[in-house]
Design a protein around this ligand. Structure first.
Ligand code: ATP
Ligand code: MG
Length: 434
């Protein structure tokens, strides 16, 4: 036993703890310190009354100036998030409590916060993903999700969700308030976990949607149909295996086909011929692809219940349809043809992989299993933490969209009631001068 050393180390520890405490509460201390310092200085110089009046006037002025008040509110909020998150990291089991991620930026979102982190050497996103549940419990929030920057795996974006962004019974579609659209511009399709609108840019893209029955595929498709129908420069080719999902749009469509596979084949043959003419036209104009400036019409092919056309009982017709569709997806991009197809499970026994794998954008609404989710999004996403089987089945329209960013985004689609559809169909009809 060595009493002097012990008392020294105790003093050191107390000093360390004090400095840690000062560091943790630094923003609040500075904010309190300014008026307190001002008050003390005036008290020494002028006495009690002027000091109190000056401090009250100072604090009132600061609180009355909206932008300043909001700025201070943000500072205090960020300091509080940082403090709680650092304490939560400290309490984590394993390597992360020793090598705590460095917080570089905190941004308030509509439903919580987004925190940018840098990981230390020896730790990885996998450690953080495993700790998501513990972090959410420590912070007392609904959910914590981590996503690594695909280019730099040491940079992580942590989304803290305090309120359920998908709680609203139905989200209003912004295009309800728009007179006309341009399909060259991105289409708003839903809201992500941070309450931000997610958009989908369709030119030169093809989208495959999948998900269990009732997950919201037809609703998601109909949002894209609205965007196309409200652009009179777009031709709609609609194929609806169930007939009733897209029939409201038949009057705005160039072609509407129900469950008659032969008619569907004839329509695809017509479009293929048009695609060939389009390439001749591009050659004449010395262009390599359709662009907005050239004023050539876009064609949107929407297929709900793809399985009916490519996996029907008549094998020959199914093969012919799949072959024509494959041709459109393979060669249609530069010719201005966009294919959107939905089916419950695009497994190879239903959708040939030579067709399925051509779709660049994937949208998995809720799926029953991880395998089913991987079938829609592509192999390997479930093991990276992106499985549509984890989505809440009670929330219709929630899904994972794999598009521009290269990483699936969780979103809930906007919803359209029958009355909304009636209003939008009438608007599109008028625009198209039918
Ligand atoms: N974003 C949403 N918000 C609220 N309700 C939704 C949403 N999306 C879908 N729903 C509800 O879920 C129901 C089923 O949706 P939808 O018909 O699109 O499913 P589906 O995946 O096409 O099913 P199926 O495979 O049987 O055709 C809809 O009638 C609608 O009431
Ligand atoms: Mg459907």
């Amino acid at each position: 036993m060595n009493p002097p050393t012990n008392s020294r180390s105790m003093a050191d520890e107390m000093l360390d703890a004090l400095f840690r405490l000062l560091g943790v509460w630094r923003v609040e201390l500075v904010l309190l310190g300014v008026p307190t310092g001002l008050g003390l200085w005036l008290y020494v110089r002028l006495g009690m009354f002027p000091a109190v009046v000056a401090v009250v006037a100072f604090v009132t002025t600061v609180l009355c100036v909206g932008p300043l008040r909001r700025f201070l509110g943000r500072l205090v909020h960020r300091a509080s998030v940082r403090r709680h998150l650092e304490a939560a990291f400290h309490a984590l089991p394993g390597v992360l409590s020793e090598k705590r991620p460095r917080i570089v930026k905190i941004t308030r979102t509509a439903f919580g916060d987004r925190v940018d982190l840098v990981l230390w050497r020896g730790t990885s996103i996998d450690d953080l993903v495993k700790a998501e549940g513990v972090l959410a419990a420590s912070l007392g929030v609904r959910q914590v999700r981590c996503m690594a920057n695909p280019a730099k795996r040491n940079l992580v974006s942590l989304t803290i969700t305090r309120h359920d962004p998908f709680d609203e019974s139905a989200l209003r579609f912004p295009l309800l308030d728009v007179k006309r659209t341009s399909l060259w511009e991105a289409v708003p399709v839903g809201v992500n976990e941070e309450g931000e609108i997610v958009t989908l840019s369709l030119p030169e893209r093809n989208v495959l949607l999948g998900g269990e029955p009732g997950a919201g595929k037809s609703v998601a498709l109909s949002l894209l149909v609205v965007a196309a129908a409200l652009d009179p420069e777009v031709d709609l080719w609609l194929f609806d295996g169930k007939v009733v999902e897209l029939s409201a749009w038949s009057a705005c469509a160039r072609v509407f086909v129900g469950h008659d596979v032969q008619l569907a084949i004839t329509a695809l043959e017509e479009l293929t011929a048009e695609m060939d003419d389009r390439y001749d036209e591009l050659l004449r104009r010395n262009l390599r692809k359709v662009t907005r400036a050239e004023g050539l019409r876009l064609h949107i092919v929407v297929i709900d219940e793809l399985a009916l056309y490519v996996a029907g009982t008549d094998k020959k017709s199914a093969q012919r349809f799949a072959e024509l569709l494959r041709g459109l997806v393979t060669r249609g991009r530069a010719a201005g043809i966009i294919v959107l197809a939905a089916t419950q499970k695009p497994s190879t026994d239903i959708v040939p992989s030579t067709l399925r794998d051509l779709f660049g954008f994937r949208w998995a609404l809720r799926c029953a299993t991880r395998d089913a989710s991987d079938t829609v999004l592509g192999a390997g996403w479930a093991s990276e933490g992106f499985s549509a089987s984890n989505l809440n089945s009670a929330r219709r329209g929630v899904g994972l969209l794999l598009h521009e960013g290269g990483v699936p985004v969780q979103l809930r689609t906007f919803h359209l009631t029958d009355e909304h559809v009636r209003v939008l169909v009438a608007r599109a009809h008028e625009l198209r001068g039918h």
